[in-house]
Design a protein around this ligand. Sequence first.
Ligand code: ZN
Ligand code: ZN
Length: 163
Amino acid sequence: MSVVREGGCACGQVRLRISGEPMMVHNCHCHQCQRQTGSTSVVNGFWESDNVEFLSGETREASLPGGSGNPHIIVSCAQCSSPLLSYYGRLGRLMSGVRAGALDEPGSITPDVAIFTLEKMPWVTLPEGIPAFDYYYDPREVLPEASLDRLRELGVRRKAGEG
Ligand SMILES: [Zn+2]
Ligand SMILES: [Zn+2]
């Protein structure tokens, strides 16, 4: 049995179930993430969207710029506006970046990388032991082979016209 996590929005209308471990977890300090969270940074765990199930509730979507300037889609609760997850450009809807804060146990995932640290709020201290990058990073230099395989698999599906 693989691990199962649940999560949802602040008002409780939207509930999520996520199976398996994330491919990677990003802590992004870009100014766009600061705007979109109202906080210092965002923590996103990335799963194949096939592993993310919406159990209840109505959501809405907004297309907004990410740190690279490319648009991404943020899925939020239609009622309370809590952000739940994002779909990013290259892999479209095949991959979900789930907000750690939307999980019932937000501490159950830990960032693999801190990114866009050149835009971080100056008083924020980055944790030791987590690789930090001025902007983005090369996944091949950081992520385990199993995660790279999962990413490649999604890339193949995307090229075939999915997502
Ligand atoms: Zn809600
Ligand atoms: Zn960001």
